[in-house]
Design a protein. Structure first.
Lengths: 585, 256
């Protein structure tokens, strides 16, 4: 059989871009058409909801902007025209900056981590069309999100100001072009960043920073004062003027569309032409440079290789001397358990996704601690007019209020560590499975991995709270033991449920988090509530009977500890046999 | 030192996944001092058999013994005697090569000086010493494969089981691995390897087993296989005639 070599016609650049985008469109369409009916209905309802939302924002914008244009309002807050004319500049500037920063991580993913670049570059398509298609794909989701808020406001501005009809399509065109230029600039930044740092690591760090900042901002709302006075409002309105700088091409665009809306043709033509020329130049130069840097391999040639480390002095035990220098830990813990413990803690420390999961509870813990201590650190002791038994009971409650807070923190930490104990091994589990480590040793190691870091963090957290509250040593000790025991039981429950639902064939690490399941989460929460009750109730009862508070705390500690030990041994005993057959399909 | 006793022994080994019979009554032995090649078409049951030998899969029925220990009844002793190199070198991405070898050494209960000495020796032997302090997610496929082999050798096993060990390796590394396997066999270890590269099997292996559709259809030395192969002389022809792959060769000829 002979292979006929048909004449190859080189496709045009934009035809190639369309082919690549059509491929993406086909994939999306296939996803929709082959989805289950309820998913299709969900998508349709979401689209309808989105359109309604757009209409609502448009209505709101028209109403608000009409109000801002009213002469009655101007009498109170001054001339609003500069603010209104500055809206397009502000929105376009925010959109350009937003696309620039959000495209960075998306482009990093699309160019380095998606894994299809080699295939696309090897096809007979112009390289530029591959890059343009990647840029369009990268900005589409964020551009859509941006349009959801900016277009109704800009259109509302046009409707309320009775602008020229050309204003509307031009606004859309400039938003598209500026977004493309910002994305091209972002791709150049990606090339430079990938030159110095491995793409995967860069994505991890970015994910960690963005996730943490987002969480911090969302929680910081608790401390924001929403009582804005007249001066502050006026200041906010003036702030938009900061984007309106004469040297900024983004301001030229904003002023250009306003001039167009007001049919000031001369100004509109000059400003828009100038801004579009700069936009086109930024887009072309950034794209050309990105292509070059990628194709020549400059951006792949990382120059961040570690310098050779100075050879560490050979340690005594490594030099063949007796192992007396080894720590107590090494001698007490069997090597197999130690190996898994050290390995897991190293992996956790180095994977920023894990650190992110640990930092979120810590941020919450600190915020709640501030809330608790903001009353002066000594809680609600009153003026001492209440009966003694009530005061004693309240003091007991306060002691265990700290415990509750520490347990809340520990609960989130344990869920993230113990619950994924086995699943986080992923495809590497074969190493443990093929090694001579017994089921009990493996469960013990995973238990320690899930237990020790939360215990340490919660102990420090609790001690800080106790010191700030100036609690007694006895109270601090009881609280510490209570938290230690409660967390041990919780670790046992989460580890058992995590073992039962362990998944090893995940591609995305977030899939490993589902091992505990709904039932496990309910069991863990229920256990914690009962355990807390067992620790706290005897103290309250003792307070009611007028007996020494310490007796109640000790009784609670004993009851809670017995329950916790049961929660460690029973669930883990039940899943012991399951460990033997883990990952056997 | 040659050891002629069976270090890998499977008897009537069966593995089924639901209705699907993946391994069907497979029985063979690999003696100390011997390299045993395990061949078969894709999906024939090679990896399933290997996984049962190294304790990753529990057999549905039958017996597997490694180093004289029943893998199901005495799993820890059997695993301690065995080193395993999987077909996909999945390693802990956030551990460095050196840390990984120490981790494996700890799992096999080696003492610190022995482990340090052994891991440094293996890192040097496989040319990984420069990258020993880099995390394995920065390694190439070949480097991961070599790290995986180094991890299997850390505890100096009496039995070594390798699933496609030369895939993705450069010729120098592939040669190094062949030399190591031969040295291990010469020192009395039992080496079992599965491969699709028939030349490797023909040149390296003392005995070869061919599995097809879950059944061991032939096992023996090259001379013994030639007698089964209806006069075919090369391992490729014997393999194709035994596994029914000759038709595929004809199709390939048509496409030329």
């Amino acid at each position: 059989m002979t292979t006929g070599s048909a004449t190859f016609h080189e496709p045009g650049q934009w035809v190639s871009v369309w082919r690549l985008l059509r491929l993406r469109l086909t994939i999306q369409l296939n996803g929709f058409l082959r989805a289950k009916t309820r998913v299709k209905i969900g998508y349709s309802l979401a689209t309808l909801g989105l359109l309604l939302f757009l209409g609502f924002i448009l209505f709101l914008s028209v109403s608000l902007l009409s109000l801002l244009r009213s002469p009655d309002l101007s009498r109170y807050v001054g001339d609003t025209a500069p603010f209104l004319d500055g809206i397009p500049t502000t929105l376009i500037s925010v959109a350009a900056l937003g696309i620039l920063f959000t495209s960075f991580s998306v482009l990093l993913q699309a160019l380095y981590l998606a894994g299809d670049m080699d295939f696309l570059m090897s096809t007979p398509l112009p390289i530029r069309s591959v890059f343009i298609a990647k840029l369009v794909q990268a900005i589409l989701p964020n551009f859509g999100l941006m349009c959801l808020f900016t277009l109704p406001i800009l259109f509302g501005l046009g409707i309320s100001g009775h602008y020229n009809f050309l204003y509307y399509p031009v606004v859309v065109v400039v938003l598209v072009l500026i977004s493309l230029a910002a994305a091209a600039l972002a791709s150049l930044m990606v090339m430079v960043a990938a030159r110095f740092f491995p793409a995967r690591r860069l994505a991890e760090v970015l994910g960690f920073i963005v996730g943490t900042l987002f969480f911090l901002f969302s929680q910081s709302a608790r401390f924001i004062n929403f009582n804005v006075n007249e001066q502050q409002l006026s200041g906010v309105l003036k702030m938009s003027g900061r984007f309106n700088q004469p040297w900024s091409p983004l301001a030229w665009t904003g002023q250009g569309v306003i001039a167009l809306g007001k049919s000031d043709w001369g100004h509109a033509a000059g400003l828009l032409t100038a801004s579009l020329l700069v936009t086109g130049l930024v887009f072309s130069v950034s794209l050309w440079m990105s292509e070059r840097l990628y194709y020549t391999g400059w951006s792949n040639l990382q120059n961040n290789r570690r310098r050779p480390k100075a050879k560490a002095p050979v340690r005594a035990e490594e030099a063949g001397q007796p192992e007396k220098a080894q720590g107590l830990f090494a001698r007490m813990v069997p090597p197999q358990i130690r190996a898994v413990l050290v390995k897991d803690l190293l992996v956790y420390r180095r994977d920023l996704r894990n650190i992110s999961r640990l930092i979120t509870p810590l941020i919450l813990g600190v915020i709640y601690a501030i809330n608790l201590l903001s009353s002066g650190g000594r809680g609600f002791e009153g003026r001492g007019e209440a009966p003694a038994w009530l005061m004693n009971s309240m003091r007991s409650m306060l002691t265990f209020g700290d415990v509750a807070l520490a347990l809340f923190l520990g609960w989130m930490l344990v869920a993230n560590l113990a619950g994924v104990g086995f699943s986080q091994e992923g495809r590497n589990y074969w190493m443990l499975k093929a090694a001579p480590i017994s089921t009990r040793q493996l469960l013990t190691a995973k238990f320690l991995v899930g237990y020790l870091p939360p215990l340490l963090l919660c102990a420090v957290y609790l001690l800080v709270l106790q010191v700030l509250k100036r609690a007694t040593v006895f109270s601090a000790l009881v609280s510490l033991l209570a938290v230690g025991m409660a967390l041990a039981g919780l670790t046992g429950i989460y580890l058992a449920f995590g073992t039962r639902g362990a998944k090893f064939d995940w591609e995305n690490p977030s899939q490993s988090n589902r091992a505990v399941g709904c039932l496990g989460s309910i069991a863990g929460t229920l256990y914690l509530a009962i355990c807390f009750g067992l620790f706290a109730v005897p103290s309250i009862v003792v307070g009611l009977l007028g007996l020494p508070m310490e007796a109640g705390q000790l009784a609670g500690l004993l009851l809670g500890s017995i329950f916790s030990v049961g929660a460690i041994l029973i669930p883990l005993g039940l899943v012991e046999k399951r460990v033997v057959t883990l990952n056997e399909g | 030192m040659l050891n002629s006793s069976a270090l890998i022994e499977t008897t009537d080994l069966v593995k089924s996944f639901g209705d699907k019979l993946a391994v069907d009554n497979v029985s063979f032995q690999v003696n100390g001092g011997e390299i045993f090649g395990f061949l078969g078409p894709n999906g024939a049951g090679k990896t399933t058999t290997i996984k049962m030998i190294v304790g990753l899969l529990r057999p549905t029925s039958g017996v597997v013994k490694v180093g004289g220990y029943d893998v199901v009844a005495q799993p820890l002793q059997a695993k301690a005697a065995c080193g395993y190199v999987p077909d996909e070198p999945n390693l802990y991405a956030k551990l460095t090569g050196r840390e990984l070898l120490r981790f494996v050494g700890d799992l096999y209960g080696l003492d610190r000086p022995q482990m340090t000495h052994r891991s440094e020796e293996l890192l040097r032997l496989f040319g990984l010493i420069e990258a020993a302090d880099d995390t394995t997610d920065s390694y190439s496929h070949g480097m991961k494969q070599k790290t995986s082999l180094a991890a299997a050798l850390v505890h100096d096993p009496r039995v070594l089981v390798l699933d496609e060990p030369t895939v993705g390796l450069d010729p120098k590394s592939a040669r190094l691995i062949k030399d190591i396997l031969r040295q291990m066999a010469d020192r009395g270890a039992a080496v079992m390897l599965s491969t699709h590269i028939l030349e490797i099997a023909q040149n390296m292996c003392d005995r070869i087993g061919i599995i097809n559709k879950g059944r061991l259809i032939a096992a023996g030395s090259m001379d013994e296989l030639r007698q089964l192969g209806q006069g075919e002389s090369s391992l490729e022809d014997i393999f194709l005639s035994l596994t029914g792959g000759a038709e595929d060769a004809e199709i390939a000829e048509v496409l030329k």
